[in-house]
Design a protein around this ligand. Structure first.
Ligand SMILES: [Zn+2]
Length: 264
């Protein structure tokens, strides 16, 4: 008799537990994992508007370079990488402690043919050359037109047409959140960053000397200081002498394309 009662209690407990589990399962929010690269709609998206405006508003004229006028933005992807966000936040917290909460953030551009890989995995300073102008680090700019010069590598042309001015091939760049830490401000190249600094800010001058920069550059010394926010695929539009801005992709014939889009 007692044995039967114990079995009944145990069976009741099991049933209750199962019901509770199913209630928990039903009431738990469904965690929808966002894709790593999430395409942003070009219609009414504030992210798309932000990217387009920031890119357009940061075009300047560069000496000995194509007179860029605008971009044809093909696709914008928002980068969702919670693990990397955590790493960058941890780094920011550490840098805040070491700089007495004087760690600024900057939203900066990085042009690279490897932008998609970087968007997926983050930056690795191990791949950077120690012989660059400001030593080993990850280089950024506040100007989209400057970042554009690195879309195929350092002032290289597109692989297909070997042209820096190619407006047929799709280019790539990133918009990143950079945690600067303690900034070393300089007007001249320096490959030796003193200990205690976490980034370099190269300040432009009006000096007519190739040693000095015409536009600002930003070098971050560690990949954990950077969170890529947007990955952008785009083409360039530029003014050719007295013509209207060239938009080759909207032209229909290849003959017209080759006439209007000169290969530098
Ligand atoms: Zn090309």
């Amino acid at each position: 008799m007692i044995f039967s009662i114990l079995i009944a209690i145990f069976a009741g407990w099991l049933l209750l537990r199962k019901n509770n589990e199913s209630v928990v399962e039903k009431s738990a929010p469904i965690a929808v994992k966002k894709p790593l690269l999430e395409e942003v709609s070009s219609h009414g998206s504030s992210d798309y508007f932000f990217v387009k405006t920031l890119m357009r508003n940061t075009i300047v004229r560069h000496e000995n370079n194509i007179p860029l006028t605008d971009y044809e933005i093909c696709r914008v992807y928002k980068i969702n990488n919670p693990e990397l966000t955590k790493i960058v936040e941890k780094k920011k917290s550490d840098l805040n402690w070491s700089t007495w909460w004087r760690t600024d953030e900057r939203i900066l551009f990085h042009g690279s043919p490897h932008a998609k890989e970087i968007a997926e995995t983050g930056f690795n300073v191990g791949f950077c050359s120690p012989h660059s102008m400001f030593g080993k680090g990850i280089y950024f700019t506040s100007l989209s037109s400057k970042a554009n010069q690195y879309a195929w590598g350092n002032n290289r042309g597109c692989p297909t047409h070997k042209s820096r001015a190619c407006c047929l091939c799709t280019r790539t760049m990133l918009i990143c959140r950079c945690v600067m830490g303690k900034e070393l401000r300089t007007v001249t190249p320096t490959t030796m960053v003193p200990p205690g600094y976490h980034s370099v800010v190269a300040v432009p001058t009006c000096a007519d000397d190739s040693l000095f920069l015409k536009f600002p550059e930003f070098v971050v010394l560690d990949g954990s200081q950077v969170e890529p926010m947007f990955y952008i695929e785009y083409k360039i539009l530029y003014m050719k002498q007295d013509e209207n801005p060239v938009n080759i992709t909207s032209r229909s014939t290849k003959a017209t394309e080759s006439k209007k889009c000169s290969i530098m």
